[in-house]
Ligand binder design. Structure first.
Ligand code: PSV
Ligand code: MN
Length: 386
């Protein structure tokens, strides 16, 4: 059995990045529900993110989305983040909210639209220079709705050309994380629909290009841990956008819909040597109906719990059972770890590092929710498109 103190040390070193947009209002295409106290700007989002880190101890960075988090001085934003006790993380591009992008962005048939989209991506790298961010996270809504609408192959050529230009602009310690998604908003073809497409582009680009796995971006029933294992074997897994889903890209709290899947993913991460700083463990969620900050704290805790269980797998016993072809024992070894209640271990870990063992209760006691509800009155709350 793994040594519990080694498991605790590994858990204490975990870093989970929270997304700035999860602190803002969100919803479905039917309705965006506003909540009291929601941040009005990136500065207030960072203050909320700092609370998540304060109570969990493992959420030290915050991903930005440009232009949702546009400010005049990104150096100042990075310094402000540091004052709050957090740092700025991945820069997420947005080439899906302008009218110009109706037929796509970097895959658009019109070179002028492609130019505009690439310029935005280059601007994101400029922002990374100012914030000190390592990762540029790219997701493209590009695709088509009808057979014949555009040339599928030509769109791949345009994609490769645009990515190559942005790749050239990356600094020495910067990376490009390419995210795939099987459909939505395009319904017939998507230009980066799966890990294979993302992988082939990243492979051609070079070692600074890596694939990011958003757990909500697969067809139902997809074995995501297999994708994780394969990408890790090829040294091409750059990170995760964690969330959970019952149907499509639901963006619910990670671990809510299928905690067993999250455990299996984390097991493959650990098994494949991916539990290092090279893999970005990010959340990409929207809290449409639940209180946002406690939901993000809960999400961070869910990732911690899955990780703790994955770290508890008796890998020697598992390997032995696998060698013996002992199907039932092999499965039992994995299930023993999954069925362990790791909450006492995590509570102990938090106490060891001076935190409250129950981060959600501590957050509620802190009065932060009441304070932001009272103070953040007037102005425009951050939300989709803002
Ligand atoms: C797309 O669905 C996505 O997962 C990408 O990561 C976007 O940047 C993010 O959601 C924000 O909505
Ligand atoms: Mn995502």
């Amino acid at each position: 059995m793994p040594d519990p103190s080694a498991v605790k040390t590994a858990l204490a070193a975990q870093k989970i990045e929270t997304p700035s947009w999860a602190y803002g209002n969100s919803g479905t295409r039917f309705k965006v529900f506003a909540q009291p106290g929601v941040p009005r700007d990136p500065w207030e989002k960072l203050r909320d993110a700092a609370k998540v880190h304060e109570f969990t101890g493992v959420a030290p960075t915050v991903a930005l989305h440009i232009p949702w988090d546009k400010v005049d001085d990104y150096g100042k934003l990075a310094a402000f983040a540091r004052e709050q006790g957090v740092a700025l993380g991945a820069i997420n591009s947005n080439t899906f909210q302008d009218d110009d992008y109706k037929l796509g962005s970097i895959c658009h048939p019109d070179a002028a639209v492609r130019r505009k989209a690439v310029d935005h991506l280059l601007e994101c790298v400029d922002i990374m220079d100012a914030t000190g961010s390592r990762d540029l996270k790219l997701w493209f809504a590009d695709g088509t709705n009808y057979p014949g609408q555009d040339d599928l192959r030509a769109r791949q050529d345009r994609l490769a050309e645009a990515l190559a230009e942005v790749y050239q602009r990356l600094g020495e310690n910067q990376r490009m994380l390419l995210e795939y998604k099987f459909f939505e908003p395009a319904f017939y073809s998507t230009d980066v629909p799966d890990w294979g497409t993302a992988y082939t582009h990243c492979l051609k680009l070079g070692e600074k290009a890596q694939v990011v796995v958003d757990t909500g971006h697969h067809a139902p029933g997809t074995n995501i841990e297999f994708i994780v294992a394969t990408l890790l074997r090829e040294n091409k897994l750059g990170g995760f956008d964690f969330n959970s889903r019952f149907y499509a890209d639901d963006d619910l709290m990670v671990g809510a819909a299928d905690p067993f899947q999250l455990f299996r993913i984390m097991y493959e991460v650990i098994r494949g040597g991916g539990y290092t700083q090279d893999i970005a463990f990010m959340l990409d969620q929207c809290h449409n109906i639940e209180a946002k900050i406690p939901a993000i704290i809960r999400s961070v805790m869910n990732v911690q719990e899955a990780t703790a269980k994955a770290l508890l797998v008796d890998r020697d016993a598992l390997a032995q059972a696998q060698r013996d072809g002992d199907v039932l024992t092999a499965n039992a070894v994995l299930m023993d770890a999954y069925n362990t209640d790791v909450r006492p271990l995590l509570a102990e870990l938090r106490e060891d590092i001076g935190l409250d063992p129950d981060p959600i209760a501590a957050y509620h006691r802190s009065g932060w929710q009441q304070r932001i509800a009272a103070e953040r009155v007037g102005g425009t709350q951050a939300g989709w498109g803002a």
